[in-house]
Write a new protein. Sequence first.
Lengths: 447, 173
Amino acid sequence: MTTELDERLLRARPEIPQPSLNAVERIRRNVIHVAGTRSRVPRRRVVLAVVIALTGLAVAAAVGAPFVRSTLDRLSAWADGTPGEPSPAAQASFDAANAESFARFPRGTVAGLLLRSGPPGIEFELLGFRDGENLCVYLKVPNARRWLAPECVSRRELQRFQEPVAVLGGNLRLTGPNRSSFTVVYGLAADAVHAVRVDVDGTAGGPALLGANAFLYVADTPAGGVHDVPDVQVSWATADRASSTTLQILPLLPTEDPAVFPGPARVERTIDNGTIGWLERREPRGEPFEWPAQDRVQRVLYTRALQPDPGRTFRIAVARTAGTQWFTEGAWYCLTWLYPLVPTDESNMCTRASRIAHGLMYTGQWTSSVSEFALWIGLAADEVERLELIRLDGTSLNVPLLANTFTFQTRREEPTKLVAYDEQGRVVVVEFVGGRGGSLTGIAVPP
Amino acid sequence: VRLTHVADTDRELVLRAASGELDAAEELFERHWQQAWRVAVTSTRQPAAAEDVVQDAFERAFRSLGRFNGRSTFGTWLHRIVVNRSLDVARRERWIDSVDVEPGASWSEGPDATVRDAVDRLPPERRLVIVLRYWLDFAPAQIAEILEVPVGTVHSRLARGIEELRNGLEGER
């Protein structure tokens, strides 16, 4: 007998998205390769390509005004210590969440209330604070069972930022009290910005609250939901300029052309049997850490937490695991992000230990889909002595490397090249990371 | 002249692929990738993750062809791997999912979004039987084979899932 709920369920059958032909082709190529080399270590590159397309669209004409900064390198609200207004209540909940998380901001970190917005009784608060050389914002969701991860961006990245508005975080279907659903977008704004507007999918949108060099947009999620691949357009106006950023997350496929990208183009030495000695030998590094949960298909053998970037209050948990099922048999390395303010959870990336054979494995994450920055974590084989991140404009930075772990931040749409060197300074890995064709998750592949 | 294999059974293709014939592996991929994709993307709700699940499932299946015992069909065997991997993804990514909706993962469009959202809120294992039965049209016996549980267990999981859905939907009225 068919019930009314049966019929509703059948009607609710979602339209199943099709994978791109390129994705199918890539999968086909990889799995057929495995079929042909079943006894050998598979060499594949896992690509979850995600991109932000940036477009410029004028929104308003502006008239003359006194000179104020239109860049994010110096924000007046952040110039003298803590930005925003003191808020004992917000500070108390910040302190409590900080104390409960594994990776904690330094004791005495003061969070100021930047903005507060939302319908009556459901107020979202945007807090601002510093973490060393990073500017951080944190969205406090009313009655939330969990804290969202803080969004921190380094001054160095902000100095390179050409636009007066940086989108640090957002959520297009954030669950509020009583299962209400909200669209929330927030970020930093230069002194010169006098208006910010957010539009989602070209249908819903409105002005954002602006103050303390920050903006906060809160609205009910449209009843029809958001598109599978939503466009989020953040528009702004300064005294002499009006423009916008459209964040559209699409899978793009072509990688950057190594021939035109600055920095080394070729590997000078190939690593074939890379491994992580201390993890294999279960030697202590960093801090002890208890993996959040035993996996059904893997057994955790040894795990530690490390802070490869001393300038960022953030840890990477690393585990050596062993498969317990026939389809997971063998050695695995697992990585997970340990953000301050959020409880340790089970999101992680596990890859067969053999996949680090050629030098690197890495993965990127943004804590909210609407963010212009991504935080990357990875593991390097023992043979890797140094890591360098090179941008298309030719600038580069050394990526902190500690006990084979590394982390770095990029702008999502900006292509970068990650180069690994051995102790003789020879190039052992060249990988494209982020940008329109880079990978979100990957392993080094032999040239 | 290479004779074309016409309508080899999956079992024959598995045997040929296990002995190293790549065109047999290609044929297995051709026959099964779409359904594997449907199961993966519906189970994980994340197209990017589903791509990885499908690739991983085929890789695992192809690496283990020699161990394929033929007690179930290749399709069921493959779906079992897809389902297990999808459940792993669903469990591991629960935190990310609760914080944000991955682009491409939203089912919240259309007039029946409430039902889809209610299904999404079910625990992964219970959600899975509902999805396999109602959205992917697997018969209870097939679901039992994929999940390696008795058919009666599938029926009871379906009943519990439906009951939970009914309670959830009534609670929203």
